[in-house]
Write a protein that binds this ligand. Structure first.
Ligand code: SF4
Length: 376
């Protein structure tokens, strides 16, 4: 994988002191100058002032798919690193490149420090070591590796190479069914909570789901017996945002607001998922609120910016943020107006800064795992 930092024409520090009104005006002017050569994608968790400039809004997979359908020279992805990688893979897949006579779509992440703490919890060498260690205990031909889309391209490629697949929070159950048609077991990474919550709904029990901790030494801190009896081996990773929601937050709302419904994301821990009224992906949460009867009451356990936007867009509902502490995606928050303006003005000046380019080999195998999922 390669990330390129081209020499910028402008100093980012000069943008940090500008007022939002000036930044907004300059972003609008740069967008006008770039016209339909440019596509700005905004993830649902992004702050409002950045979303205001996005051409398309969605979750990571929706955005990459939409981008692949819409021809442009440059995608500016206002999300985090793994999302920009997926956009690069999907937008520059072989048939698209052929149709564009080899011209690549350039993908830019306005701040390269916008990573994902969950994706960082499973490094490719750790996963390869775990696979090797597992092969000493169980036949790895009987394990399908499944990676959540919130992971580095190298992990998606690992799945592509080993007969595995990618999943999202909306199709995880379908992906696990696909995997169990092919093997007895699944190695699920990097989010243990999505893996566990989904598997529990399919009737798999916690004692069939040992957790593999890459820092725990031998056999990931598990035992030979536990691994032999496993159906799903869960990687010890989590989202630092969704991990913050607690069962006591649910209890507080139930006590204080009669009739409230608790709606959470499956990246939340099992103790929260088990007592929520509804649990589902970002898309599911948005649809549920949009389609709810007027005047219904909700406490939502997902990223703060999305919940605040739902509050604004649905004044007909009573919407609360489930946690008393702020659970926001701090890395996504790094993409701000100064970085967006700096990126676009560099583009107008002819320089693509902070480009994300997945190498061809990784891209080919990651695409294989993504396409297995898309075919479901
Ligand atoms: S909300 Fe969690 S999983 Fe999503 S990008 Fe942020 S840290 Fe990663």
């Amino acid at each position: 994988m390669s990330t390129t930092v081209s020499l910028s024409n402008f100093n980012i520090n000069d943008y940090r002191t500008l007022l939002p009104e000036e930044l907004n005006a300059r972003i609008v002017a740069a967008k006008r100058a770039l016209g339909d050569r440019l596509l700005i994608l905004g993830h649902h968790y992004q702050q409002d002032e950045v979303i205001a400039h996005a051409d398309l809004r969605g979750d990571s997979l929706e955005l990459s798919r939409m981008a692949a359908e819409r021809p442009c020279e440059t995608i500016v992805f206002c999300g985090v690193h793994f999302m920009a990688e997926t956009a690069d893979i999907v937008s520059n897949r072989p048939e698209r490149l052929r149709a564009r006579e080899g011209r690549r779509t350039t993908v830019i992440l306005p701040d390269l420090a916008a990573g994902c703490s969950m994706a960082d919890m499973a490094a490719i060498d750790q996963v390869e070591n775990a696979w090797e260690d597992l092969s000493q205990v169980i036949d790895t031909r009987d394990i399908t590796p499944v990676t959540y889309i919130n992971s580095a391209a190298s992990l998606k490629a690992f799945c592509g190479r080993h007969g595995g697949i990618v999943c999202t929070s909306s199709n995880a159950a379908k992906v696990l069914e696909w995997a169990f048609e092919r093997s007895k077991r699944v190695l699920f990474f990097p989010d243990q909570h999505l893996g566990r919550n989904t598997s529990l709904k399919m009737g798999i029990t916690n004692d069939q789901m040992p957790v593999w901790d890459p820092y725990a030494g031998e056999l990931g801190g598990s035992t030979r017996e536990a691994l032999e009896q496993s159906r799903v081996i869960l990687w010890k990773g989590h989202c630092s945002v969704h991990q913050m929601f607690r069962p006591e937050h649910v209890a507080n709302f139930r006590k204080q607001v009669p009739g409230i419904q608790i709606l959470v994301h499956p990246e939340c821990p099992q103790e929260v998922n088990d007592i929520a009224d509804l649990s589902g992906s970002t898309g599911y949460i948005i649809r549920t609120i949009r389609e709810a009867p007027v005047g219904s009451k909700w406490a939502i356990g997902t990223e703060l910016h999305l919940v605040n936007r739902l509050k604004k867009e649905h004044p007909e509902q009573e919407i609360h943020f489930l946690s008393p502490v702020l659970c926001m995606c701090a890395t996504m928050y790094r993409i701000d107006l100064p970085h967006l303006c700096w990126t676009l003005e560099n583009l107008v000046a002819g320089t693509a800064v902070n480009t994300i380019r997945v190498d061809d080999d990784t891209s080919a195998f990651a695409l294989l795992a993504l396409e297995r999922m898309l075919a479901l």
